[in-house]
Design a protein around this ligand. Structure first.
Ligand code: ADP
Length: 245
């Protein structure tokens, strides 16, 4: 579903990612772990297209996410939702308005359609009765549930989460992880976490980063597999060029 091929990213003199490759698929909850500064957020942001890579390529369903192909890139990015550690909700908007806004802006939905979808997802995260509340009147766990509903209103195939439980206590973290687990059934979830117990308990795969490189992967994308995939892709391209089916 998402394939990262030899991606590097540098900020001034810091090499945040060094030749990172991996492939991740639907149904997985991937935890990115590693010490602070190891490149976890940068990897997540590169996958989301918030950061552009310096070299290497990222593919979604075998299609290169090329930022220069603006229309396609936007459509690819719209298939991903993003959840932040500090929720990033608009404080002067109600819960319902926060969830509606994401759709009206991105998908040009009518107000009615947006409201219907927003209510549906607020119900899924168990927050329907708070639809008219403002974020400041909600607990951390409730805010994160709104943020998850907001990330889901466009029905993304992929949910990216940067420390979604980082600002929450243990009990609330477990509730949020249970929601994510439910969501992951027909989606891909990639999350950054500092909590090894939650990673262990809820993820289907754990990827450890250190100094911008993957040092451990419970389900590694092997060098051989990557070469085979590249070869297959090149073959398809050359077949297409020569008109073969
Ligand atoms: P992690 O998420 O594992 O804590 P990050 O991906 O945030 O790590 O950061 C990796 C490295 O890149 C760090 O050394 C960090 O300081 C640097 N970095 C990340 N984003 C920026 C940025 N926008 N500008 C400058 N340096 C950055």
């Amino acid at each position: 579903m998402i394939r990262v091929e030899n991606v590097s990213k540098q900020f001034n003199k810091t090499r945040a990612l060094k030749n990172v490759s991996l492939e991740v698929n639907k149904g997985d909850i991937i935890s990115l772990i590693g010490p602070s500064g190891s490149g976890k957020s940068t990897l997540l942001r590169c996958i989301h297209g918030l950061e552009h890579v310096d070299s290497g390529k990222i593919y979604m369903d075998d299609e290169w996410m090329n930022p220069d192909d603006e229309k396609k890139f936007r459509a690819q990015r719209n298939r991903m939702g993003f959840v932040f550690q500090h929720f990033n909700l608009f404080p002067n908007m109600s819960v319902l308005q926060n969830c509606k806004l994401a759709q009206v802006e991105v998908l040009n939905k009518t107000d009615e359609e947006a409201e219907k979808t927003a209510l549906e997802y607020l119900d899924k995260v168990g927050l329907l009765e708070k639809k008219d509340a403002y974020p400041n009147n909600l607990s951390g766990g409730q805010k994160q549930r709104v943020a998850i509903a907001r990330a889901l209103v466009n029905d993304p195939d992929i949910l990216l989460a940067d420390e979604p439980t980082g600002a929450l206590d243990t009990e609330t973290s477990v509730q949020i992880m249970e929601i994510l687990k439910e969501i992951a059934k027909d989606r891909l979830i990639i999350m950054v976490t500092h909590n090894p117990e939650l990673a262990e308990q809820y993820s289907t795969r754990i990827i450890r980063l250190l100094d911008g490189q993957i040092t451990d992967d419970t389900d590694a994308y092997s060098e051989e597999q990557m070469k085979a995939d590249i070869q297959e892709k090149e073959q398809k391209l050359s077949d297409a060029q020569t008109g073969k089916k």
